[in-house]
Structure formats: structure tokens, C-alpha cells
Design a protein around this ligand. Structure first.
Ligand code: NAD
Length: 267
């Protein structure tokens, strides 16, 4: 596909072997005409995602990379520019999560979560800023979470990492705004992906379905559409923003679903 709003752009999507990232990669390659780098620790999944996009007429290449290895990550990053040159669009999507009581949260998992969800996005952004600045154009979209705004049971490391990712988004945004680079975040609500199928048991599913005003989980496509918007020219004046794509979850407080089915209360 050589036409589309991003036909001359290169998009790097981390964690694009699965779930939300895979859909973001497909949206950029097949809907926008961008060349897409699929970066994931799952080499087979990344290769399969790239093959699927190519079969649909898009341009994509897989690069296996472990974003948890933050000590050696700076040396590994040039491999991500090998397929199509330095990316103009960076989507920091790879993330890990676990549900563990806060009082007993293991240090090892805390550190791994912060490495993948926070330190890797920081290093990737730093890596690409000089070329984005030279070109006078760049887009960074960080996939945060509603868990970075409101606490959830068992989400000590995950929620903290996502809250920090939202802060990181603002910190970068204000320092690079005058270079033509925007840095934004998306806070998805619950989205049906392999991650959520692993984490959400029936009690969690029914709690979310009750608390999301739209009464449904999001789809990877709901999130990918918002990412494409934030990377577009139409979003050129939006930066440092976190966009909730959550069926109304963050807007909501107490909801009485059948309130208007009852007789109006009298004073
Ligand atoms: N699914 C949801 O409900 C939901 C809600 C809010 C935010 N998010 C966020 O969206 C993003 C994608 O989540 P998903 O649900 O698609 O998850 P997923 O598990 O389906 O996909 C995550 C991908 O990241 C990759 N990855 C994990 N650790 C990595 C590492 N060390 N190096 C390289 N790649 C690595 C995995 O291999 C996988 O392909 C995550 O940041 C997640 O926190 C998801």
C-alpha cells in the first residue's frame, strides 16, 4: 500500500505481535500506508503479524527485541531502524501486568513492570527525538491505562507504571513541542486481548462490565483508531494529553442503572 495519510512515514509499534499493538500496526500499514516495524520479544508472533500485514498489501517487518533488558536496550535500538530507516511515529504499546496484593508485591516483578512499561518508552523516545527534531515532525503515542488514573485491586506495579507513563508523556511533550513533535498518551479501559483473557476472571469481568457506562469491553480497533488520530495532522495542536478510550469509565461515578425505570422520587 503506497497511498494513505502516512504513505511516507515509518511507524514503530512495540508489543505489536499481539492484542492492541497488532491492531495498531495493521491500522498504520493498511489504513494509513505507513511502513511499520513490529517490535516484540515474541519473535514468532511478530513475524506472523508482519506476514499478515504484507498479505493484506501493507509494508511491515518484524524485529525481535526484549524491552525488559533496559541496561542493554540503547545498543539494541538501531536494529529497529534497519528495515525502513528511523521511525517518525513511535507507539510505546508493549506492557506487562499482574494482579498481586500490594502488601506482598515481589520486588522482581515490580522492577520488570517498570522496565517494560516505563523505562523502555523513555529510552525509545530519547533515541528517536534527534531524528524527529531534524525532520521537524514526530509523533509519540504512549499506551497508558485507566489504571494509571484510578487504582485497581492488585495493580500496585502496573498502576504506578502507567501513572508514571502519563507523567512521562507530559514531561517530554513540553520540552519537544516547539520541534514539531507531539507526545500524547491513551488510557484504554478494559480491552479484549490475550493479556486481559489471562488476567480477568469472571468476578473482574462482571465488575468492569458493571462500571463501564457502555457496558462492554473495548476492542483493539477502538484503541488503534485513537492512536491513528493522535498521529494525524488533525491532531497537530494536541500534545501532553491523555485520551481516555474507556467507554466512559473515568467519567463515571455512582451509576444507578435502573433509576429512570422507577417512579421519580418526591421531596
Ligand atoms: N487489554 C487491556 O484491557 C488494556 C487496558 C489498558 C491498557 N492496556 C495496555 O495496552 C498495551 C497492550 O496490551 P494488550 O492487552 O494488547 O497485551 P498483550 O499481552 O496482548 O500484548 C502485549 C505485547 O507486548 C509484548 N511484550 C511484553 N513484554 C515485552 C518485552 N519485554 N519486550 C518486548 N515486547 C514485550 C508481548 O509479547 C505482547 O505481544 C499494554 O501496554 C497494556 O498495559 C491494555
Amino acid at each position: 500500500m503506497t497511498t494513505g495519510a502516512h504513505a511516507t512515514r515509518v511507524a514503530l509499534v512495540t508489543g505489536a505481535a499481539s492484542g492492541i499493538g497488532r491492531q495498531i500496526a495493521e491500522h498504520f500499514a493498511c489504513g494509513q500506508g505507513a511502513s511499520v516495524v513490529i517490535a516484540d520479544r515474541d519473535a514468532d508472533g511478530a513475524a506472523a503479524a508482519a506476514r499478515e500485514i504484507v498479505a493484506l498489501g501493507g509494508r511491515a517487518q518484524a524485529v525481535a527485541i526484549d524491552l525488559a533488558a533496559t541496561d542493554t536496550l540503547p545498543q539494541a535500538l538501531p536494529a529497529l531502524a534497519a528495515p525502513f530507516g528511523a521511525p517518525d511515529i513511535l507507539v510505546n504499546n508493549a506492557g506487562i501486568a499482574a494482579t498481586i496484593p500490594a502488601a506482598a508485591y515481589p520486588l522482581e516483578h515490580w522492577q520488570a513492570t517498570l522496565a517494560v512499561n516505563l523505562t523502555a518508552p523513555m529510552l525509545l523516545t530519547q533515541w528517536l527525538l534527534p531524528t524527529m527534531r531534524d525532520r521537524g515532525w514526530g509523533r509519540v503515542v504512549n499506551i497508558a491505562s485507566i489504571s494509571g488514573v484510578r487504582a485497581g485491586t492488585g495493580r500496585l506495579a502496573y498502576g504506578t507504571s502507567k501513572a508514571a507513563l502519563i507523567a512521562l508523556t507530559k514531561q517530554f511533550a513540553i520540552e519537544v513541542a516547539e520541534w514539531g513533535i507531539t507526545v500524547n498518551a491513551i488510557a484504554p479501559g478494559p480491552v479484549d486481548t490475550p493479556l486481559v483473557r489471562r488476567l480477568h476472571g469472571s468476578a473482574t469481568r462482571s465488575a468492569y462490565s458493571d462500571m463501564v457506562p457502555m457496558r462492554r469491553y473495548g476492542t483493539p480497533s477502538d484503541i488503534a483508531d485513537a492512536v491513528v488520530f493522535l498521529a494525524s495532522e488533525q491532531a497537530a495542536y494536541i500534545t501532553g494529553h491523555t485520551l481516555a478510550v474507556d467507554g466512559g469509565f473515568l467519567a463515571s461515578g455512582v451509576m444507578v442503572r435502573d433509576l429512570f425505570d422507577q417512579k421519580p422520587a418526591q421531596d
